[in-house]
Ligand binder design. Structure first.
Ligand code: MF3
Ligand code: CO
Length: 251
């Protein structure tokens, strides 16, 4: 069932989105050579908790961290680790979810650690652009497939691959609600978008191949050829007009 949020609920979603976005920006500022992903997770959790929220990923399906930090060939679900120290030239995807007063905000950015390769910069550019191509289609009357197709088309135009198996999702009082929001599909297909729907749009992009595998820690999703992967995400509300990005630092 797709939940439709009223104005009061949308305000709550906006507040949660703001907190998630501020925490993500804080992660980005701290993503420098020498810091561990465990320390980043601690900093982000402290920020969210000190602002009255909490991190719903902690314990979700048994996930051990508060949020996900994925480096280079790691696509998603990287577990915070004291031994995982960032170094110059790494790219780091921070996937941050904040719950505030019963509502969820979910957002992701891939950050550069120091000076990164042109190859990494281009992958990041295309993935972020793919997110915004998807958001542009998050308009009442369109269908989920319009978002999916816009993302897929842009990813492929860069010569990249949409990662298999993992998708975006509806979001609200729960982190994962209906509908599914795939990163590939047919325009004009899937559930119709209506004002009051809130969805997390999250292109996950691999350098060469769509295949991924899960590491022995049961969580970390990596490319099968160890090439770079990238992830950007916003929580977005469908309105009567333009799409409303909820995960912004300031509304
Ligand atoms: N933020 C992720 C998402 O977009 C969820 C992380 S998985 C968890 O769905 F186990 F850490 F919660
Ligand atoms: Co998400």
């Amino acid at each position: 069932m797709i939940s439709i949020k009223n104005q009061t609920e949308l305000k709550g979603m906006m507040k949660a989105g703001e907190l998630a976005a501020q925490a993500l920006a804080l992660a980005g500022k701290n993503a420098v050579a020498g810091i561990s992903t465990w320390e980043l997770d601690r900093i982000v959790n402290d920020y969210i908790v000190s602002h009255g929220g909490h991190c719903p990923c902690k314990g979700y399906g048994g996930f051990p961290g508060h949020n996900c930090f994925s480096v280079n060939e790691e696509l998603i679900h990287g577990i915070p680790n004291k031994k995982k120290i960032l170094k110059d030239g790494d790219i780091l995807s921070c996937d941050i979810v904040a719950e505030l007063d019963g509502f969820m905000g979910d957002n992701t950015k891939t950050f550069a650690v120091g000076e990164i390769s042109e190859e990494a910069k281009r992958l990041m550019k295309f993935t972020e652009e793919a997110l915004y191509k998807g958001i542009e289609k998050a308009v009442a009357g369109n269908r989920i497939g319009d978002i999916s197709n816009a993302i897929e088309t842009h990813v492929k135009s860069g010569g990249y691959a949409v990662a298999e198996k993992f998708i975006g999702h509806g979001i609200g009082r729960e982190m994962h609600e209906d509908p599914e929001v795939p990163n590939e599909g047919k325009a004009g297909h899937g559930p119709r978008l209506m004002p009051g729907m809130t969805i997390a749009i999250e292109p996950m992009v691999n350098s060469h191949f769509r295949e991924v595998k899960i590491l022995g820690d049961k969580w970390t999703v990596v490319t099968t050829d160890n090439s770079l992967s990238c992830h950007f995400e916003h929580t977005v509300a469908i309105t009567g007009g333009e799409p409303l990005i909820l995960t912004l630092e300031h509304h």
